[in-house]
Design a protein around this ligand. Structure first.
Ligand code: UDP
Ligand code: MG
Length: 313
């Protein structure tokens, strides 16, 4: 029989974890054609999440908990889950029940019927998320697609089912800044969509404040696209063209006597600001990529596991 691993990252989820586990458990109990295991990643929670997860692992032989040494972030947590999972299939899901665990049998069925390697869940409707979040997220997925060299499915999170083939390929990715949904769609194989209704967070607050979302979007853009660099070149080219045209105009003015060069204070200031801006912008873009190279070259671990807990250990 195939094994199915559920990968659930948790960061300060004390308000939801017990209810979530009850629902995960119910779904696992109902699965007859796969052997389920549940991997919780405690991403350096500062509340009682860690203790709650340990208690769950003590009572359920299917549960493993990976405790991080500190908060490393959602993507490193999911990465650790994939690295540690031994299942033939895995489902990545949030702890806050926004991705309903009751859909797992449907995901499995879709996987079998389509003989798919990835079943990615597309949000048809999303509840309980602010207009700003929905708007920025829509804008993000669309601009990422227009910038990136690969096309990503729109409006999908990390909630998806992946098979061993995809996990083995994922394990070969050495990059530290992982944009997991991007990597999985980059990998290829047979990927099919599954449409669902995204519920509101069951309790507690989002762990993705605006600052983290910007950082996340940055990783996605910079790791999957070199277009910002091309845009920088385009800007430079544009600036040179303006310089050329303006230069010719001034020269002609001098020769033909219509130049206002002596009184051109405002135009000089304008040009300095404009070209200064273009230069800073392009250097900034370059700097972002250099920052990534710096991080990648250091080759630090993506996460540090303090301890791994299993039933009976
Ligand atoms: N999460 C995590 N580490 C973090 C932030 C979030 O493990 O630094 C987990 C969190 O516990 C949840 C999932 O990632 O299970 C998604 O986070 P959240 O629901 O807060 O994000 P949203 O659904 O609002 O985008
Ligand atoms: Mg959520």
């Amino acid at each position: 029989m195939q094994t199915l691993s559920l990968i659930v990252p948790c960061f300060n989820e004390v308000d939801v974890i017990e209810t979530s586990y009850v629902r995960f458990k119910k779904v696992m109990d109902g699965l007859t054609d796969v052997t389920p295991e549940l991997i919780f990643i405690n991403d350096g929670s500062t509340d009682k999440t860690g203790e709650l997860l340990s208690a769950i692992a003590k009572n359920d032989y299917r549960v493993t908990v990976l405790h991080f040494s500190r908060n490393f972030g959602h993507q490193p947590a999911v990465t650790a889950g994939i690295h540690h999972c031994t299942g033939d299939l895995a489902v990545i899901m949030d702890a806050d029940l926004q991705d309903p665990p009751e859909l797992i049998p449907d995901l499995l069925e879709t996987q079998r019927k389509e003989n798919a390697n990835v079943v990615y869940c597309v949000r048809k409707k999303r509840d309980g998320e602010s207009l700003l979040k929905r708007l920025t997220s829509k804008l993000f997925y669309r601009s990422l697609n227009s910038l990136s060299e690969v096309q990503f499915p729109l409006d999908t999170g990390d909630f998806r089912l992946i098979d061993r083939k995809v996990m083995n390929e994922f394990d070969r990715f050495r990059e530290k800044g992982k944009y997991i949904r991007g990597i999985i769609s980059w990998v290829g194989f047979k990927q099919v969509p599954f449409y669902y209704h995204r519920d509101a967070r069951f309790a507690g607050e989002t762990k993705y404040p605006f600052r983290k979302m910007i950082h996340f979007a940055g990783t996605a853009m910079l790791y999957f696209s070199k277009k910002p660099l091309k845009i920088a070149i385009g800007l430079g080219f544009f600036a040179v063209m303006i310089g050329l045209v303006y230069g010719i105009w001034i020269l002609m003015g001098k020769i033909l006597g219509f130049s206002n060069a002596a009184t051109g204070w405002s135009s000089i200031i304008l040009l300095i600001i404009f070209f200064g801006g273009v230069q800073l912008l392009t250097v900034g873009v370059l700097g972002q990529y250099i920052g990534i190279i710096f991080d990648e070259v250091k080759d630090r671990p993506e996460y540090i596991i303090d301890k791994e807990e299993k039933y009976g250990e």
